[in-house]
Design a protein around this ligand. Structure first.
Ligand code: AKG
Ligand code: FE2
Length: 293
């Protein structure tokens, strides 16, 4: 099932993804176009599309084993965050969403630990996959990160970990579940609860207070691919319970080539920097040294 050993004309993703059901290698065909239309419609309607069993049953055991093997390498970081990933506002009441902070403890395995034999890296680097995602999110093209840590990442939630209610700063996020936890670890979201026209703080406060009338719950399964617009849809992953960890793969792409995350962020998320971050930091420092002269 190695990508380099496929027959001529056959996609390197054959056997790793269900290309019959999801013909991302034939985007220009009628079936390919129909798939893109379906995904765009879902995203337009509620900011989320799930392609279930994107990785077919035959490849699932291998997929699960990949993140299981990598998970001990996760670096855990703990923060308290509000839905806006921002500062509190003391001029507002304590129950205002800006003043509602919750624990976010999460583990991340950095991309430089994920070798090129893995299904997940072959998917991340696949030009068919990138073209498909670009078409769905209606971008001309998307690019892998030049950041060796943050482009392809495994998110590990062990018991007690969660993503509390929040918005994303990225336009879109592409994830694949490879293992679900016994309890909790459920993805929930309030589609389009805010918009460029308004924050709807009262609606957000209701959700934080436990009113889930506007909240959808998705029962993600290993092998499912999710594309999500998290900028306007408040969302969370409920606290994991039980011994089995929840694993998801994050496929991060940028609009422009050459994207590298900030060194401080690498340090916080992965507990370390890559040589390129050290270099950037050193260059930044020497520049400011020069400015001080
Ligand atoms: O793992 C998930 O299902 C979503 C995680 C999430 O919301 C995030 O990383 O911002
Ligand atoms: Fe998120």
């Amino acid at each position: 099932m190695q990508a380099s050993k496929t027959k001529e004309g056959e996609s390197p993703l054959t056997g790793l993804l269900d290309l019959e059901r999801y013909p991302i290698d034939k985007l220009d065909s009628d079936e390919g176009q129909a798939l893109v239309r379906h995904c765009r419609k879902q995203l337009e309607d509620d900011g989320c599309v799930v392609l279930d069993q994107f990785v077919p049953t035959e490849a699932l055991a291998r997929l699960e084993a990949e993140t299981e093997r990598l998970s001990p390498d996760a670096h855990y970081n703990q923060t308290e965050t509000n839905p806006y990933n921002g500062d509190p506002d003391p001029s507002l009441p304590t129950n205002h969403p800006k003043n509602r902070f919750a624990d976010r403890t999460n583990g991340f395995v950095a991309g430089d630990r994920i070798n090129s034999e893995t299904i997940i890296r072959q998917v991340y680097e696949s030009s068919d996959f990138q073209r498909f995602i670009a078409a769905v999110v209606e971008l001309e093209e998307i690019h892998e990160y030049a950041d060796p840590l943050a482009g392809l990442v495994v998110n590990v939630l062990r018991e007690g970990c969660q993503h509390p209610w929040h918005y994303d700063t990225n336009e879109f996020i592409v994830t694949m579940m490879t293992r679900q936890s016994e309890g909790g670890g459920r993805f929930e979201y309030a589609p389009g609860i805010r918009s460029p026209e308004g924050e709807n703080f009262s609606g957000v406060e209701k959700v934080l207070d436990g009113d889930h009338s506007q909240v959808r719950k998705i029962d993600l399964q290993p092998g499912d691919l999710q594309i999500f617009f998290g900028r306007y849809s408040l969302h969370r992953v409920t606290p994991v319970s039980g011994a089995r960890e929840r694993h998801t793969v994050i496929f991060a792409y940028a609009k422009e080539p050459g994207f590298i995350g900030r060194p401080e962020r690498a340090k916080r998320i992965f507990g370390r920097m890559a040589p390129i971050h050290e270099k950037l930091l050193a260059e930044g420092m020497s520049r400011s040294d020069r400015l001080e002269d």
